[in-house]
Design a protein around this ligand. Structure first.
Ligand SMILES: [Mg+2]
Length: 315
């Protein structure tokens, strides 16, 4: 498998100017320090497992491959980093045609690698008597002038989310576009305080952000941008007679795998963002960072209604 596969990779995944030495040697060489003196190297890693993140046999291997790459790019986007290279490890099940499966996974990643000018810098491929596991390490460059952190939310900040939330299980969890270009635009044009991607549900991730920042947040539940798929899931659940179906709002608050951006900015920056006709992404104000820890629902009665970081909160 190894030699034939390496040759196939070399033929199908071309190098770029940024890489001095790619696939085929013991390790890859990238000229990062020389070419990008004002950048930090950003590194992220995610492992996707059969029957946990996807179902081999049910899901198209190309979609599985694409998703494995996209989740890592979403984490780079959360750091406002420009992706430059990836290293990919595959543990392929013996029962399948391992070479064919490996190629399908890589072909699923290829359009996105090309689209974002990302180098396949190397990796490792093994066949074993276990389920498919895909392990991706992604490298990016972030400007040292504005580093995005989840711990940088300030009291009084406006909380923003990109796109719409909830119901990603219908399709988006495979076919989402990581917010790479959008985050680079925002980094370029605005001062972002705290940032992360929403991978495990809005409430849980906002809880992580506010906890890391030693603050809390008041959330305006009426302003949550709910995805159409969250509404479609309710319609489906009702049609199927499922008892106590989850509301679209609940899905928007706690469904995982939205892969949207969660940001905090000052009121002044929010004004600037709203006036920017060139902003490539829809951002919605969903709340405000407060001094006190915890998440709370905004209400007319001025009372504090705590929201648990995950689960059913509203009807
Ligand atoms: Mg993340």
């Amino acid at each position: 498998l190894e030699l034939e596969f390496v040759q196939w990779l070399q033929q199908n995944f071309s190098a770029s100017a940024e890489i001095e030495l790619g696939i085929g040697d013991d390790a890859a060489l990238l000229n990062i320090a020389r070419d990008h003196p004002d950048s930090s190297l950003v590194i992220t890693h995610d492992t996707l497992l059969d029957n946990v993140h996807f179902q081999l046999g049910k899901d198209d291997p190309r979609r599985i491959g694409r998703k494995s790459l996209a989740v890592n790019l979403s984490d780079l986007a959360a750091m406002a980093a420009r992706p430059i290279a990836v290293v990919i490890g595959l543990a392929l099940p013996k029962q399948t045609d391992p070479l064919h499966l490996a190629k399908e996974l890589y072909l699923g990643m290829q359009p996105m690698l090309v689209d974002y000018c990302i180098v396949l810098a190397g990796g490792d491929t093994n066949v074993w008597n276990g389920p498919l596991a895909i392990s991706v390490t992604a490298f990016g460059l972030a400007s040292t002038k504005q580093n995005w952190r989840r711990a940088s939310a300030l009291c009084g900040d406006v909380v923003l989310v990109s796109g719409t939330l909830g119901g990603s299980i219908l399709d988006k969890h495979f076919d989402f576009e990581p917010r790479v270009r959008e985050s680079l635009y925002l980094r370029e044009h605005f001062e972002i305080h705290a940032a992360m991607d929403i991978s495990d549900g809005l409430l849980l991730d906002l809880h992580r952000m506010t906890a890391a920042s030693n603050h809390g947040a008041i959330i305006d539940l009426d302003r949550i941008p709910i995805a159409q798929s969250a509404r479609d899931l309710l319609a489906r659940d009702v049609a199927e007679g499922i008892a106590d179906p989850r509301s679209p709002l609940d899905r928007a608050l706690s469904d995982g795998e939205d892969f949207e951006l969660l940001l905090t900015v000052s009121e002044a920056t929010w004004e600037l963002i709203q006036r920017d006709a060139g902003c490539p992404i829809a951002l919605t104000r969903i709340g405000t960072i407060i001094e006190k820890s915890g998440l709370y629902a905004a209400t007319d009665d001025q009372l504090e209604h705590p929201i648990a970081p995950r689960g059913y909160v509203h009807n």
